[in-house]
Structure formats: C-alpha cells, structure tokens
Design a protein around this ligand. Sequence first.
Ligand code: MN
Ligand code: MN
Length: 292
Amino acid sequence: MMEHIISVRPGFGGFDELYEKARVVFLGVPLDVTSSYRAGTKFAPAKIREASANMEAYLMSAGLDVFERLGISDLGDLNIIPTDLAATGERIHKVLQELRKDEKMPALLGGEHTLTYFSARDFKDAFLIQLDAHRDLRDEYVGDKLCHATAMRRVLDFIPEERLIQVGVRSCSKEEAEFARTSKIQAYTTEQVLEDTNKVISEIVKKVEGENVYLTIDIDVLDPAFAPAVTTPEPGGLATVDLLKIVRELGKLNICAFDVVEVAPPYDTGATSFAAARVIYELLASMASSLE
Ligand code: MN
Ligand code: MN
C-alpha cells in the first residue's frame, strides 16, 4: 500500500498513532490539475495538517479529546501523476482497498474535488452527502468530462441519483439546474440551510439513517469571508459556525469515509486551512462521542 505514498511527519494533529491501532487513517491527495480559475490545492494537505497541529484537539462541544478517543494515523500524501488522472485514480483506489480490508476509516485531505470521483467509487453502497457552494453537475466543462466542475455528475455513473444529497449549494449553470430538476438528487440551498438548519439536518438524518454515508466537504461551502482561499470563491455562503453545527450532527451518522477538498493555500492567511482543520476535528469528535 505504501509504494505510492510519500510519508509526511508530523501527521494530522501532530499526534500520530500507529496504523495498527488506528481507527481513522488520513491520506493527503494533493491532486491539483483541472482548476479553471486558480490552482494551489496541492499545498492543502500540508497546510491543513499544520493548522491541525496548532489548535486544540479537545472539543468543547463534545467534551472530549479526539486523540484520546479515536486512534488516528496519517499515511502521508499520495504520489500524484499530474498528467495521468486515471492512473492517479487507480492509486487512490489501491490505498482505499487496503484501508477497507484493514477496517480503517479513510479521511482524505484534498486536493481538488475531482478526487471524490475516484474515492467514492470504493463506497458505491453509500449515500454521498456533498457540502459545497457548487453543484459540480456539469456533464463536461471546457471539453473536459472529468474535472472539478463535473465531479458529482461523474459520481452518478456509479451512485444512484437518489443517494446524492447536496447541502449549501448556491451556484450552478442553467444546464446543471435543468439536469438537477429532472433528477432524483436531493438538494438544500444555502438559504434553505440558514432558514432552518435543524429541519434540513433532521430530513437528511431520516433519509440516510442506518446506511453508510460518504461525506465530502468542499470548503467553498463557507462564505469567502470565512474561507477566502479556495479555487472558485462563491459569495453568499455559510459561516464557519453553521458548518460546524451541520458537521457535528452529520458525524453521528454511519460515516464510512470523508474528504475535505478545495483549500488553496496560496490565497490563505490561515483562515481557510484552520477552518478546514476545525471542521475535521468537529467531525472526528462527533464520531468519537457516538461510539459510546
Ligand atoms: Mn466542489
Ligand atoms: Mn465548490
């Protein structure tokens, strides 16, 4: 499994447990090849790790330290082949296969959102909950069938429409809107989330309860005021405190894997990578407290 991985120390949180003891295993996927506006997501795994090592792992909301309750290990970063998406996807698949065999929960640090197309393939039986400003439902974008703007459309090649749930969306093309309208995709706009967050959460919980859930968090679901360093900023988004609340609730579900994507450190003063790290901690804490 380690043949395509570059070891990185310290790992997430700076407290690295042995792989054998770990329940959650981090993997950086610095995939950064298709961004249409600005690039830089390849630097995200390192910056999110750096942020995670410089904030509390004790969560006031959960009243626990995630490293005391969950074994957490970090494999390092996948060695990306920038000119070969398919081969890179194959490497992601190989690592995920190993993690599943060893009954570890993968925690992926993007990288661009395209990586979810590859990672979600290993969880075809799961519901996919996507927190994102964008719907990523284009059938193609500037002639490209597989890129950050088409990632969720491609996911529908193997996950049924009714198993994709989009949360916090507020931007799409006319083509995407028409496609989504005639599909069985469930979506909640940013406004719907803000109007009644509890209602949205309880509808989602009701729909997916007892099922496996793959959670993909595109950090641009946050407003650019809270997360300015993303490849495609979209105004009118959630505040970090809203996202933390949502993640805290979703963490109680049967999460089988999650990823955090689209942080672009070249535009960051720290706000975005720290927000990403805090969201991950909140999710881990919620998972840890539901273990009891
Ligand atoms: Mn996205
Ligand atoms: Mn997005």
